[in-house]
Design a binder for this molecule. Structure first.
Ligand SMILES: [Zn+2]
Length: 117
């Protein structure tokens, strides 16, 4: 038994038709919740001596080039999945295990990594 049974009246269905053309856009699906590519800075700094979020990559899917920091990074996966902001193609995957990291770059044509001169 719950002591809050009187709150049930707050949860009655919303009156009126369920289909309203003025209804706000639906919340993004859980799989569409992402952060920008800057979230990759920490995990990638463990592998590379340079900041790869400053690098520019070319997407295999659409051919567009943009900074890694602009990628859409999905963190609700066994690893990090970075997608192209233009076409949604998976550009980069990073999985960190207890003693190794797996970096899958097959969605990138190339990365241009600026270096200190
Ligand atoms: Zn793309």
């Amino acid at each position: 038994m719950t002591p809050h049974t009187d709150r049930r009246t707050d949860r009655r269905p919303h009156p009126g038709p369920a289909t309203s053309p003025a209804a706000p856009a639906a919340a993004p699906a859980p799989e569409d919740v992402y952060q920008d590519g800057n979230v990759l800075a920490g995990p990638l700094s463990e592998i590379f001596a340079v900041d790869l979020t400053a690098a520019s990559g070319r997407c295999v899917g659409c051919g567009n080039t943009g900074p890694v920091a602009r990628l859409r990074v999905y963190t609700r996966a066994p690893g990090l999945v970075a997608r192209c902001p233009d076409c949604g193609h998976v550009v980069l995957r990073l999985v960190r295990g207890p003693d190794a990291a797996w970096l899958d770059l097959r969605g990138s044509v190339a990365l241009r990594i600026p270096l200190d001169t």
